[in-house]
Design a protein around this ligand. Structure first.
Ligand code: DGJ
Length: 713
């Protein structure tokens, strides 16, 4: 059975500090390589944002205070952000994109908030603001990590009348003035997620969002801004929304160069009532700053995600086999055990049965909602299959899509009212399903009980938690708007399930990479970045996913050639090398692989296990991007520096560039490195300053070089 090993990861949690400097009434939040500073303004009212970026000392704070514009000046007419407030709330002479807008019961809109008090506790800061007239508190919350800052808000109705939240983003983030701001984001679509895109941030607003109830494929909930950085140089400021539903990031760029990013839940079609005494805690946004270009930015995101977001942060992820592309809906006990045997022969450590295992599930039209194994397909149920898989030394995982229901299911026949719907409107089907109303306590209970029973019915080690439709007709019987209640319900069910079955691992999937946000990754061990398993297209998808998320959470399968979506043929070596850049998975029909292919594949799996700790826990360096040309390369440096793994890829290689010198990064300056296959030795200076010669020939060419240190480090 697969036992996940513990990686030795440095604990950097001591590199943070939060201080209140009474002489300046300033808050300084300090991470390993960033400072975030704001202060209560002279008028005692406004919280003035002062700095987000490179680390500053206490002496610098007085300069910041002295330097900051004092109040909204007469030039408000032309400057939307005459001064930079820590909370951009709607009210008065504020016309820029706001994070908070409310309507009181007497119809008044517009906030007048003033600083009340604050509390520092460990790595957390809470600053309370009170409205000057109405019983409304806003608590700005901060959590400092070595490489990241989390910010969110809590809004509290302390009075006796209802208040409506019109706009409730979690925070506004303000990088310093940039002469020519550039934006980088990760747009895409189904089977083409997370395509790195960079463009000048024009004067005006760039809006990235999902209105679909899940983060979606159209854009990843993340954005970065820089003033001219590249992969290795320059400062970058980036923000992610840790929310598994509809989200929005608005980058507003004023004519004078001021930029701020407002991030949080999407306000589209969302007015949230706050009843007397109620409070709402808004989702976290996460800000990461880099002074070493996009490469260093990525490494800071990865380190943060691995150390402070995902469950089981120090456990290596397994080599997995998933039978979806081999079986689609036609699963059967003997056929799955045949696949399991072949997967075990390759060295897989976990075997997944995907869609198709439950009652009436012959295609997309029926079965979702009834989580009972089909006895015709699996006469011994999941339990017998689990035993077969375990007997071959692998852990056993099962696919589920708990939030969706087919009209042709016993669940829907028994509870046709359990879905989001408007009484007078058609109920849109997507992939022949409706979405269950997770705002209803009864649906939450049913979902927990159904999955709990499933996990008790067999020796199941992992779930693949899928969702394959967006939210529509969002009428709910829940007490919160559907867009909020759904995500809260989802989190509640997963959290209960994880508590009840702590050994179970979960993969997050939404028709590929539609739900791989930090909220979901806080509850799942890894995510499925795309249904597109074509190795060539994967290079771009994986690059984008890997801008933010660690290879430790990025599941990558080797599937059959030609690929089932794009019909592109590629050699096994290329397909394996691409998949070895994240968590190696295999998803082909292994019963059709020849003995030679099986032997070759087993060799790649063996090699992957030798480099897994470096790939999953090391530092990633993008040496040549697939966006820039036919050749791409990336390397991983082990967290203790002792191993370096280099991948190189080319779709097609022209004769004149069959060999290239790839200059490595992140090496230990005095170390000597040895190629573990050829025995060739190189100094770090040589590898960094001159480069490692990599030869690629022909089409779909790839290379994997493993180096280890051989001199004292
Ligand atoms: C969509 C997922 O992305 C696929 O990997 C597969 O699990 C199918 N759903 C099953 O219906």
């Amino acid at each position: 059975m697969f036992h996940i090993s513990e990686a030795s990861v440095a604990d950097t949690s001591t590199h943070t500090a939060i201080r209140f400097l009474p002489e300046h009434r300033a808050f300084t939040l300090t991470g390993q390589a960033f400072s975030y500073i704001f202060a209560v303004d002279l008028d005692d009212v406004v919280l003035r944002h002062l700095h987000w970026g490179a680390r500053l000392g206490d002496d610098d704070v007085s300069l910041l205070i002295y330097d900051a514009p004092r109040r909204i000046g007469s030039n408000t007419w032309s400057r939307p952000r005459a001064h930079t407030e820590e909370l951009v709330a709607h009210g008065g002479l504020r016309f820029d994109e706001c994070a908070l807008k409310v309507e009181f019961s007497d119809g008044v809109r517009g906030l007048e908030l003033a600083y009340a008090d604050h509390e520092i506790s460990g790595n957390e800061l809470a600053v309370r603001l009170c409205d000057r007239h109405y019983p409304l508190d806003v608590v700005l919350r901060y959590r400092v990590y070595p490489g990241a800052l989390e910010r969110w808000m809590e809004v509290v109705n302390t009075g006796d009348d209802a208040i409506v939240l019109d706009r409730s983003a979690s925070a506004s983030w303000a990088p310093p003035w940039l002469a020519t701001p550039m934006a980088t984001w990760l747009p895409g679509m189904y089977a083409a997620e997370t395509q790195v895109t960079r463009a000048p941030l024009g004067v005006g607003r760039l809006v990235l969002e999902s209105r679909r109830g899940v983060p979606g494929h159209a854009a990843h909930p993340w954005m970065a801004v820089d003033g001219g950085a590249d992969e290795e140089h320059g400062e970058v400021w980036s923000v992610a929304v840790a929310w598994s539903g509809s989200w929005k990031i608005v980058a507003e760029h004023a004519f004078d160069g001021a930029v701020h990013l407002t991030a949080g839940r999407n306000d589209f079609d969302l007015r949230q009532p706050l009843r007397p005494g109620e409070s709402v805690v808004l989702p976290a946004t996460v800000g990461v700053y880099s002074d070493g270009g996009y490469g260093e930015l990525t490494r800071r995101w990865h380190t943060h995600e691995r150390q402070h977001v995902v469950p089981r942060p120090r456990h290596a992820r397994p080599v997995l086999y998933n039978g979806w592309e081999a079986s689609f809906f036609t699963v059967a006990h003997d056929q799955q055990t045949a696949l399991a045997k072949r997967a075990a022969d390759l060295g897989a450590e976990m075997f997944f049965i995907d869609d198709g295992w439950f009652l009436r599930r012959f295609d997309e039209t029926a079965g979702l909602g009834d989580w009972t194994a089909d006895p015709d397909k699996l006469p011994g149920g999941l339990a017998a299959l689990a035993d077969e898989v375990h007997a071959r030394g692998m852990a056993f995982g099962v696919w589920v899509e708990p939030e969706a229901v087919n009209p042709d299911s016993d669940l829907f026949r028994a509870h046709p009212d359990w879905i989001y719907q408007w009484p007078t409107r058609a109920r849109s089907l997507a992939r022949n399903t409706h979405l269950l109303d997770l705002g209803r306590p009864a649906v939450r209970s049913w979902m927990f009980e159904a999955l709990d029973a499933l996990l008790r019915s067999a020796d199941i080690d992992a779930l693949k938690w899928d969702i394959n439709r967006p939210m529509s007709e969002s009428g709910t019987a829940g007490s919160e708007p559907a867009a909020i209640g759904h995500v809260r319900g989802l989190y509640e069910v997963i959290d209960r399930l994880r508590a009840a079955h702590p050994h179970v691992m979960i993969e997050s999937c939404a028709s590929g990479g539609g739900r791989a946000d930090l909220g979901m990754l806080a509850r799942t061990e890894w995510a499925w970045p795309s249904d597109n398993t074509d190795a060539l297209e994967r290079l771009a998808i994986q690059e984008g996913y890997g801008f933010v998320h660690s290879p430790h959470t990025m599941m990558c399968w080797v599937t059959d050639s030609p690929s089932y979506l794009g019909k592109r043929a590629a050699p096994l070596r290329f397909r394996f090398h691409v998949a070895m850049c994240g968590i190696l998975g295999i998803g082909g029909d292994l019963t059709g692989w020849s003995d030679e292919e099986m032997a070759e594949a087993a060799g790649y799996v063996k090699r992957y296990k030798e480099i897994r700790e470096t790939v999953q826990f090391g530092q990633l360096y993008r040496l040549a991007s697939p966006r820039r040309g036919e050749f791409s390369s990336l390397s991983y440096v082990a967290s203790d520096g002792s191993q370096v793994v280099l991948f190189a890829f080319a779709q097609t290689v022209r004769y004149c560039v069959q060999t290239r010198l790839v200059r490595l990064r992140g090496l230990q300056p005095d170390a000597v490195y040895e190629n573990v296959d050829t025995g060739g030795r190189f100094s770090a200076a040589y590898l960094v300053g001159h480069g490692l010669r990599v030869s690629l020939v022909g089409d779909y060419a790839s290379e994997l070089v493993v180096l280890r240190t051989v001199s004292p480090t």
